[in-house]
Design a protein around this ligand. Structure first.
Ligand code: IMP
Ligand code: MG
Length: 186
């Protein structure tokens, strides 16, 4: 399967094989850590839209029973500008109280989004609360957030593909590419 590389993508940071290998490792860790739970006890919450591919690949590799649900947030207007303010625009349908909750997010940038999510979900009395995040940009971190299962640390570049977008473009590329700075520093 050969998807052409868009002009706006400077280079491929993580190819499909690298991503899948790491996702398998994370799935193995999670399967070990959550072994013994019943289906209704383990709830995996994906953050739309960015986490949809990571969520699909991660959950299909788990060997432990689990339920899935999704939330949607709005934080960035439509490009790379962080406002620091996060809004939930769609909540889970399954009640998280008493369940072991794993939040699945695409990327940790400033950390505002994940810290908002951790505060929000902690207040709902889950049995436990952890995070699985595919990418982290340590140089950009503004608030300290604990990631329990991290895919990759990456440099401070805008990345697209594998769920991540720039102004809702490039989301379904099967790899993670670095966007040409000229695309977002217009
Ligand atoms: P934070 O609140 O600054 O940590 O931002 C997290 C959110 O910003 C992520 O869920 C993404 O939606 C978005 N984001 C941050 N960096 C990137 C990037 O390089 N590419 C695509 N989306 C990003
Ligand atoms: Mg996101």
């Amino acid at each position: 399967m050969n998807v052409p590389i868009p002009d706006s993508v400077e280079h491929i940071l993580l190819d499909e094989a690298m991503i899948q290998q790491r996702v398998q490792q994370l799935a193995d860790l999670i399967s070990t850590d959550y072994a013994g739970l019943r289906n209704e006890e383990f709830l995996i919450v994906g953050v739309l839209k960015g986490a949809f591919m990571f969520m699909a690949d991660l959950t299909r590799r788990l060997t432990v029973p689990h339920q899935v649900d999704f939330i949607a947030l709005s934080s960035y207007a439509d490009a790379t500008e962080a406002t620091g303010s996060v809004r939930m625009i769609m909540d889970t349908r399954i009640n998280v109280a008493g369940r072991h909750v794993l939040i699945v997010e695409d990327i940790l940038d400033t950390g505002y989004t994940l810290s908002y999510l951790l505060r929000t979900f902690a207040a709902r009395n889950p049995a436990s609360l952890r995070t699985a995040v595919l990418l982290s940009k340590p140089e950009r971190c503004k608030v300290k957030v604990t990631i329990d299962y991290l895919g990759f640390e990456i440099p401070d570049v805008w990345v697209v593909g594998y769920g991540l977008d720039f102004a809702d473009r490039f989301r379904t590329l099967p790899y993670i590419g670095a966007l040409k700075p000229s695309t977002y520093q217009g």
